[in-house]
Structures are given as C-alpha cells and as structure tokens.
Design a protein around this ligand. Structure first.
Ligand code: GLP
Length: 240
C-alpha cells in the first residue's frame, strides 16, 4: 500500500485528478472504476477541467461505477447515475454509451448483478478503481460482513450508512434501504486502486483498513491484500 498525505480536501482532489488524467492520456484504452459520494466530487471537477483544457478525447475510456441505489431511476436526481452525469459525464467529451452504472430499477435485480459482472469482464476488467470509504470502513456499498469473494450483489444498507447518506435527501425516509453494489471480489480484481479519504470522521476506518486485522467485519481491510493500492488522505496521524 502506498500513502500520500496531503494538507486538505483540495490537495487530495488535485492529486487524484492528476493521477487519473495521466492514466487517461497515456493509455490507448482504459477502463476506469468510478465512485460517488462527496469525497470524489472535487476530483471530478478538477479532472473535467484538465481534460477540457487539453481537449482530450475520451472515446478510448470506459467507465464502470461501483454502485446504485435500488429503486432510483437514472432520471431521479438522487440516483448515482444522475450524479455522475451532472458532475462529470456531461462536462467532458466521453460517449455516454461508454459509461456504465448498475440499473437500480432493473426488473430482475439478480440478473442485473450477474450481467454487471459479465459486462466488466467483457471490458477486460477495471484498470484503475477510484474508491471512497464509509465511516464503518465500507467500500462501494459492501457493508461489514460482506464476503471477500463477493461479486456484484444486492445489499441491505446498514443504519449507519443510511444515516450518513441522509444528508443528500430531504428526509431520512427517502433514503433507499437497498443498493446494487460491486462486490469486494469485483473490486479486488481491479489492476490498481486509488482510495480517497478526507476528514477526521474517516480516521478510524483508515486505521482499521491499514493496520487492523483483515476481516470481513472491516470490508476495506481486504485492500491490505491488493498489490497496487494508493491512499490519498488529509487525515492527520495516519501512517503506514
Ligand atoms: C457511499 C458510497 C461509497 C462512498 C461512501 C462514503 O456509501 N456508496 O462509494 O465511498 O458513501 O461517502 P462520502 O464520500 O460521501 O463520505
């Protein structure tokens, strides 16, 4: 694991944007795994600016997102699909058909999860996966207890994740209680991983991820077994 300590959210976002930008311009074909949440917002903003200033064509880039809420259609302003278009896809020169997210309103969700893994496999796997981390050390929507071998699956969100995400919704009852999420096995298959964490609220999760026992109770601890993980954080007193 590699650790980059930065002063603040802004520096973290800029460093991450530069890494992704370099990867994009130095590849003939790239599969990017993308994350949502508030953590990567500014990274997408900086990245879009860099790509546009340099007039980078993104027809060689494919994106697969980590997760989507069950029950929210792409038109729903709270869906991750909508978030991604608003914050990134609509701002850059990427063919929309190259951008994939799980379908949270698929009629057959089990079939959707299988199809999502097949789609990733057919793309040749994820080259660079961006990750945030939840306060309970969840990654994507893989809550404590999720099998390390899991593929894309339907998840019952924990109370703590529902509470954390309530800030994006008008009232807590509006927060979906289920999501479709790439599994920990899916994430571990990525060739390289870039995890971003900002703010003291993520300190315990980072400590457990880096120094704790590798256990399914701490989903992010599985990253200790990945050979190419970079963490960028502004959280103080985090060491390798
Ligand atoms: C959600 C997302 C995760 C994200 C996490 C942390 O659960 N599914 O992908 O990493 O929240 O969110 P934030 O970046 O807003 O702290």
């Amino acid at each position: 694991m590699e650790l980059s300590k930065v002063k603040n959210y802004d520096e973290m976002s800029m460093e991450a944007a530069k890494i992704v930008f370099e990867k994009i311009v130095n590849s003939n074909r790239l599969v990017l795994g993308l994350a949502t949440g508030s953590t990567p917002e500014k990274m997408y903003e900086y990245l879009a600016d860099m790509l546009n200033k340099n007039k980078v064509d993104l027809s060689h880039v494919y994106t697969v997102n980590l997760d989507e809420y069950v029950g929210l259609s792409p038109e729903d302003t709270q869906s991750y699909n909508y978030y991604m278009r608003e914050i990134f896809f609509d701002k850059v020169n990427i063919p929309l058909e190259n951008t994939k997210l799980p379908d949270g309103v698929a009629e057959d969700l089990d079939r959707e999860t299988e199809a999502y893994d097949e789609m990733i496999e057919n793309l040749g796997g994820v080259d660079l996966q961006i990750l945030g981390i939840g306060r309970n050390a969840h990654i994507a929507f893989n809550e404590p207890g999720t099998s390390f071998d899991s593929g894309t699956h339907v998840v019952d969100l924990t109370e703590s994740t529902i509470q954390d995400n309530a800030r994006f919704f008008e009232k807590i009852e509006d927060v979906p209680t289920k999501a479709v999420s790439m599994g920990l096995g899916t994430i571990m298959n990525a060739k390289s991983i870039l995890l971003l964490a900002s703010g003291e609220g993520k300190k315990q999760a980072l400590q457990d991820m880096i120094h704790g026992k590798v256990t399914e109770e701490v989903p992010a601890s599985i990253l200790q077994r990945h050979h190419d993980v970079k963490v960028i954080t502004d959280v103080e007193d985090i060491k390798l």
